[in-house]
Design a protein around this ligand. Sequence first.
Ligand code: MG
Length: 339
Amino acid sequence: MLQNNILKSSFRILVILIFTLSCSNSEGITNENTDSSIVEKHGQLSIKGTNLVDKNGDVFVLRGMSLFWSQWGGDYYNEETIKWLRDDWKCTVIRVAMGIEGGGYLENSSLEFQKATTVIDACIKLGIYVIIDWHDHHAESHTNEAISFFNNISLKYGNVPNIIYELYNEPLAVSWNDVIKPYAQSVTNAIRTNDLDNIILVGTPNWSQDVEDVINNRINDNNLAYVFHFYSSTHTADLRNKAIKAINAGIPIFVSEWGLSEANGTGNINLAESEIWMNFLEQYNLSWCNWSVINKDESSAALLPTTSTLSGWNESQLSQSGTMIREYLIKENSSLFNQ
Ligand code: MG
């Protein structure tokens, strides 16, 4: 009888063991089959005509979030936040808005470099794209610093497909031909000594709105797109028409920053106009990042001021802008993660 019980127990343990092993095996196989990341699937990006295309030459649209200025929003410059933005928000790209003035990179270069590379490394690990943005309104006054920074970044990351270089966030009312273009050509040349193929983005006059100034006056580089920004509760058809004019003239455009708020980053949110802008982005296959991941008391901030955690946000912790953008990202990007 006792022997019989021991045999029965041994059999039970064996059954449980086989069941456990078979579960962990099938889980392992499932992971292998679905673990192909966004960057593994789409690889080296490039500019073809007015479009961004993937390694297969197919039109590819990046949609994601911009982080807030690194010197003021640095808490979110970590892998935990980036992973949440990939897994829950379905971001395929993250923009590192590395602040230059105002206590940013010019004063604290090693600290800000460290924050930027933490996010870049996280994006590489998580298999999504990352824009390293020289978040400056006077970059022409910091040309040497920009050249040195992008030389270091392109030496370190030029061999991976994840990285996109953004040389100048938003120039003010300065000349494209005389100020921005010479600056951007110098920084582009520095990057190209290390990295021949990753995409470069360049801001345009008047807070990256005057993209038509680039027509017939482009920077000498094959993999470069021009930056166009808008805030959908201030800007309307007049600004869309500037972008359409540039696109029709063959200028590739990248919306590295846009917000649902007014142009100052806060105020009203005009839902009807936001809808028109979102349709515009899709119609022209424009890649974009939304401004921004921060818990600040302004309407473009994705998180409510009371939200203190770095990830795992539920809907009651998101602002109106954060809620809308998350829904929009999930709607447009989810299929990219399921392919
Ligand atoms: Mg490269």
